[in-house]
Design a protein around this ligand. Structure first.
Ligand code: ZN
Length: 281
């Protein structure tokens, strides 16, 4: 899976960015989940942003994001780590809405405009860092932008999108997080605001441009790539984990499950099916 990601700084280190082409990741998730256009547009945005947030971490730290809107998609979960591993799920992957009045996939309508975005960061400390904000629009990029300013006090611009082709495959998908570092001067803030405003939608740019060309378009020559990373869909489920999960159920449920020789379970993230011999429970 090639989901090229570039991490770097701009304007003399006063701004940091992370940009990724996540077309293969989103296409893979579209296939395993059999998602509708609307569901993959929402899930693709969420996993892309979560993956970028994961790559901002270090030393195997993890981030889990949970979007609970009042729309028909239900809950969206996207988990990532500092190594570029990501997984995600949406409760109702077949929900599809008509295009919105702008002719775009109605992510906001399907996620819901009311609800919460919760971010749990496992920073290898005793307690995880937990931040929660109300949804602003349900478009997700805006909601995560608000999360960063309200919960982490970092001025942030986020773009994330999924463009679906006429044959329902993913044409482009990607994400960009740009953040102003503490102590940046006002000129930089103004320059960045202008650059972000003038930038065409990322999914449009990704049709014809490489990530480097998009960065040049945005920052002119004033940026530096410090790292190149890759994002991968990886699920950490296993038969052992399911067995441990089942063992935590009430005894009456376990007795019920043990009536059959085999218990069939399916992972909601990667759709892998396990046939567990109930003797093991
Ligand atoms: Zn799994």
């Amino acid at each position: 899976m090639t989901n090229k990601t570039l991490i770097g700084t701009a304007y003399d280190g006063q701004v940091r960015f992370i940009i990724s082409d996540t077309k293969e990741l989103v296409q893979y998730m579209h296939e395993i989940n059999g998602t509708s256009k609307t569901a993959i547009a929402a899930l693709g945005r969420a996993v892309t942003i979560a993956a970028l947030m994961g790559l901002q971490l270090k030393d195997d730290q993890k981030v889990s994001t949970i979007i609970k809107g009042d729309g028909e998609l239900g809950q969206i979960i996207a988990d990532a780590d500092s190594n570029g591993n990501v997984k995600g799920l949406v409760s109702n992957p077949y929900v599809d809405l008509p295009l919105n009045e702008k002719g775009k996939v109605d992510v906001s309508g399907a996620v819901g405009k009311t609800g919460t975005l919760k971010v749990i960061k496992d920073l290898n400390l005793k307690e995880p860092f937990i931040g929660e904000v109300n949804l602003i629009s349900g478009e997700l990029a805006e909601d995560f932008t608000y999360y960063f300013s309200a919960s982490e006090q970092i001025p942030t611009a986020i773009s994330a999108g999924v463009l679906i082709d006429t044959d329902y495959t993913i044409k482009t998908a990607g994400g960009l997080i740009v953040q102003i570092m503490g102590g940046a001067n006002n000129d930089v803030v103004d320059k960045l605001e202008k650059a972000v405003l003038e930038l065409k939608p990322l999914t449009t740019l990704l049709i014809d441009y490489t990530l480097e060309e998009i960065l040049s378009e945005m920052f002119k020559s004033e940026y530096k790539v410090l790292e190149e990373e890759n994002i991968e869909f990886i699920c950490d489920c296993s038969e052992d984990k399911f067995i441990r999960g089942i063992k935590m159920l009430p005894v009456s449920d376990i007795i019920d499950i043990k009536k059959d020789k085999i218990a069939k379970v399916k992972c909601d993230f990667c759709q892998t099916e396990y046939e567990i011999e109930t003797d093991k429970l």
